[in-house]
Design a protein around this ligand. Structure first.
Ligand code: TMP
Length: 205
């Protein structure tokens, strides 16, 4: 059986970290090896780009530069980690991927769709996740949870309207790609969220 590529998406504070560990456990229990990784980041150099894009206060970052940095990091991540790991038969579970770019740089920052589509085609050359779990919750709830975590990065400092746009872009993508993306209502109890995740994961496992 070929190794699968799974991504987890959602706005800040929807419980991605907790559920990432839960999904890792499901994959392991089914007897597969899994590499957990994240974007922006995932390799040493891509993590340096993450740091630039998330904590950069000494110079303004034009939205186009932000978009290009996301895809530069993704290129490093794909070529140096994701593709080789999948080819070795190990599953890849990634905290965010290109749906985040459509949501944050596209709808959030107003970058044109065609630009993102072009970069996606260049960098991914057809590679897409096998399954994307979209954790969906009201931005007010998510931001309150994320805000309790202390120092905020460049995205976490955005206002609720920004995250409302990001959320609707995610939902729009989920309705456009129903075979790949599933929406999990993350406003429910953790137990209910994880039972939905289990149902969707079982189809793949
Ligand atoms: P994280 O806190 O979930 O690790 O994500 C860091 C931030 O990066 C988060 O606010 C979303 C943002 N992001 C983008 O804007 N575009 C992208 O393509 C990715 C992968 C993340």
């Amino acid at each position: 059986m070929t190794a699968r590529f799974i991504t987890l998406e959602g706005i800040e504070g929807v419980g991605k970290s907790t559920n990432l560990e839960f999904v890792r456990g499901l994959i392991n229990e089914a007897g597969h090896q899994v590499q957990v990784t994240r974007e922006p980041g995932g390799t040493a150099m891509a993590e340096r780009l993450r740091d630039i894009v998330l904590h950069h206060d000494d110079e303004s970052v034009p939205a186009l530069a932000e978009l290009l940095i996301m895809f530069a990091g993704r290129c490093l991540h794909l070529e140096n980690l994701i593709r080789p790991v999948l080819e070795s038969g190990t599953w890849v579970l990634c905290d965010r991927f290109t749906d985040a770019t459509y949501a944050y740089q596209g709808e959030g920052r107003g970058q044109r769709l065609e630009r993102i589509e072009t970069l996606e085609a260049w960098v991914q050359d057809g590679l897409q996740p096998d399954l994307t779990l979209l954790l969906d919750a009201d931005p007010e709830v998510g931001l309150a949870r994320a805000g309790a975590r202390g120092e905020k990065d460049r995205f976490e400092r955005e206002q609720v309207e920004f995250f409302a746009r990001v959320r609707s872009a995610y939902l729009e993508r989920a309705s456009r790609y129903p075979d790949r993306m599933v929406v999990i209502d993350a406003g429910r109890s953790l137990e209910e969220v994880q039972s939905s995740i289990t149902i969707h994961m079982q189809k793949l496992l």
